[in-house]
Structure formats: C-alpha cells, structure tokens
Design a protein. Structure first.
Ligand code: FES
Ligand SMILES: [Fe+2]
Length: 413
C-alpha cells in the first residue's frame, strides 16, 4: 500500500489504545519521513560524549535519517555542528566517521571552510560572489555535563534549560563532564526505531530473553521498575516500594541525590531521572558479581551507595549510571527499517584500563543484553511483516510502552 497523508491521518485516528501499532508505522517510508520531520528532527538528540573530540579540529560524523552532521571542535572551548553539505553544489565534505581537520575542504571542487563554518573566497567565482553568504549550514548544538546534543530543526530548538535544567545537579554529581569513553560498540538494528524503543521501555521480555540481566537484578525489582518508573503494574510497585524507600533514606544520609523526574506522554521528551538500588543483594555496581567495575568512583561519590541512576533524555537517549561507571545508549533512526544503536561506557577520566577497570567486565551486562535485544526486535519486525500481523494487546508490565506510543502519536499528529 502506498500511503497518502489522508491514510496516515486515518491510521493515527484509528490507533487502538493499549495495543501495538499497525504495520505501516514500522516500515512505511512516508511515516518515517513524518517521524523525522515532526518528531525526531524537532527534539534535542543525544549524539555523543564531548571527550570524543578533545583537540581543536577533532570531529565526528553523526548520521541520523538522511542527515549527516559534522560535529567539530573549533576552539579549545567550543564545539560546533554543521550539515555535511557543501554550499557549492552540495557534495558531502567529510566521509570518514571521525578525524582531525585544520579546515574543511570539499573533495569535489575544493571549496574550503574554516572550522567555524565560514567559506574562504573560492577561485574563479564571479566578481559579485559574496563568500560570507555561503557559510556551512549550522546545526543546533548544546554541550551539557559532558554530553553533546544536537537538534536538526530549521527553526528555534526547544528550550534546553527548560527541558533538562533539572537534570544538572545529578549529572554534575556523577561527574560526567570529567568522564572518558572506556569503550563503545555499535549494534546496527534491522528494524524501525519505534520497535527498538518499545523494547527498551518494557521488561516483560526480561525473564524470557535476558538471563544475564535478570541474574544482576531481582525479580520483584524487574516486575516493578524493570524499564524505569511507570513500566510495571501498581501492585508490583507497591510490593517493591519498601526496598526503594529504605535505599532512599540511606542515599540521603550520605548526601547523594535522590530526586526524581518523570514526565508523561504529554511532555516534549518523556524525560525521566530516577535513582534506585542496583538490587536488594548489596551489589555496589551493575556488574556480573556486584563488585565495582572501576577502582575510581566517578564525580562526587566518595563511597558506594549501591544505587543506579537511570536517565532518559527522551526515547532515543539514555544513561544508566552506577557510582563508578555509566552506560550511555543512543538509538538513532536511519531509515524506516534501520536503526543505529550505539552504546558508550564511561569511567572517570583518571581511571586506567587494566589497572582500575577491566573493559570486558565493564561492558558485560549491557553488551550481552543489547545483543539479545537486537535478536528479539529483529524477530519482532520479521513477524510484523506477515499478512497475519495485527496490533496486539499490552500487558500490565508494558505500561510505559503505551505511554511511549501515546507520546509518539501526539508528536506526529
Ligand atoms: S560541491 Fe563542494 S566544491 Fe563543488
Ligand atoms: Fe531487553
């Protein structure tokens, strides 16, 4: 079926509450275009950690949908972002995923731009040509507690402070600004970004799919909060709450942050920030055996509080931080049926690999879990392609998926 915008509106209006979406939402190019224009392109998206580009001229490419963005350190204190499109006839300027450039020279006819995006006067242009009118197209960029965010919007981006100002105290406590990337891994996923997000926002699949993740957490915890606040049933939350309350009291007594942010489907970003105990078995860190992943605590932690900070900037960007390391996950839509998943593991910038931390141990929980997620989400899409697929009903453990779908429908309407 080729969808017209009327068909899309009909599909949006026909969405049945408490059920998964109709097939076109998971594979139709027109709907994907709409997702990118109305929703993803109008939000701040988490791109990377600033430590990836420490020196002037260091850059990396951030590829999202059809866009390629050059994120480059233009001065010691400034990172800029430009669309990877030459202002002459449109060639891409950079093709390597990362590198260092003194200036950006187009491979086609050698138009050359300074690191601030301004064009140097090219040869053999007519006399009236004004290079100042042909700077690179800038992309909105915000550096925040060590993280780099981009917004593709042609207009004014959402007010960053209004969205995320309330996150600063906890992010600062974790010392993400003084972190380094100990490891990164890509998990290209052959399905629509919404299937990746839906899967990340429920823990109904944890018991059948994630033996390792379940060995680190307790059953009651996963039933109540396995995919964050709002992901489990009220009964499961009530049962687990005393453990959370006791942990909160302990964290407060240590002077550690315990604040909670939880925005619903009517908000811009569905943002969440919550601190919880790793489990109820004295695990200091989210590792195989609960022992620390790094000898160096991050930020302002002086002692382990056995907590984990779970942050969702929006459905595409997450940080799950123990006291000594953090995993950062970004889900980046590429096409209607392809999503880039990248995970970074952060430690304190002074921690030394092999001495203070072991990379395998650091990555273990989430590397094995995300690999399993790739298999189940791709199988999910394979089934959705069948003529017999029809939207199916959510369990009480998939409440946050319903919140996400409502947020999504609000966003593209
Ligand atoms: S397209 Fe870049 S110089 Fe011609
Ligand atoms: Fe999972």
């Amino acid at each position: 079926m080729i969808l017209s915008s009327k068909n899309i509106h009909d599909l949006i209006d026909a969405r049945q509450e408490g059920f998964s979406l109709e097939r076109p939402f998971y594979e139709d190019d027109k709907i994907f275009k709409r997702d990118m224009e109305k929703l993803v392109g109008e939000r701040w998206v988490l791109a990377d950690h600033a430590s990836r580009i420490p020196n002037v001229g260091d850059y990396f490419l951030f590829e999202i949908g059809k866009e390629s963005i050059i994120v480059i350190r233009s001065t010691t204190s400034k990172i800029e972002a430009f669309f990877n499109v030459c202002r002459h006839r449109g060639s891409q300027l950079c093709s390597e995923a990362q590198g260092n450039k003194k200036r950006l020279t187009c491979p086609y006819h050698a138009w050359t731009y300074q690191l601030d995006g301004t064009l140097r006067p090219p040869p053999q242009m007519p006399q009236e040509f004004d290079p100042s009118l042909f700077s690179l197209h800038a992309c909105h960029i915000k550096e925040f507690n060590g993280f780099v965010f981009l917004c593709l919007s042609k207009g004014t981006p959402p007010d960053f402070e209004e969205e995320y100002g309330g996150f600063s105290e906890t992010l600062n406590f974790h010392g993400f600004k003084n972190a380094k990337v100990a490891a990164r891994r890509q998990y290209p996923n052959a399905c629509n970004w919404k299937l990746v997000v839906e899967n990340f926002l429920e823990c109904y699949h944890c018991a059948p799919a994630h033996a390792e993740y379940c060995s680190v957490h307790s059953r009651d915890q996963l039933l109540a909060l396995g995919a964050g606040p709002g992901s489990g049933s009220e009964a499961a939350v009530a049962k687990y709450q005393p453990i959370v309350d006791a942990w909160n009291t302990k964290a407060k007594s240590l002077g550690h942050p315990t604040s909670m942010i939880d925005r619903d489907e009517t908000s811009l970003d569905m943002a969440q920030l919550v601190r919880l105990p790793v489990n109820d078995r004295d695990y200091q860190s989210e590792t195989k055996d609960g022992h620390p992943a790094s000898k160096i605590l991050m930020g302002q932690f002086k002692t382990f509080d056995n907590g984990i900070t779970s942050i969702s900037f929006n459905p595409l960007g997450y940080v799950l931080a123990s006291n000594d390391f953090a995993m950062v996950a970004r889900f980046t839509p590429r096409t209607a049926t392809e999503t880039d998943i990248e995970v970074l593991w952060l430690v304190d910038e002074t921690a030394v690999e092999g001495e203070d931390y072991d990379v395998e141990n650091l990555m273990w929980v989430w590397d094995v879990t995300i690999k399993q997620d790739k298999i189940i989400t791709e199988a999910n899409y394979a089934g959705i392609k069948s003529s017999r697929y029809q939207p199916g009903p959510y369990s009480t453990q998939e409440a946050r998926v319903e919140t996400f779908i409502k947020w999504y429908i609000n966003g593209i309407r």
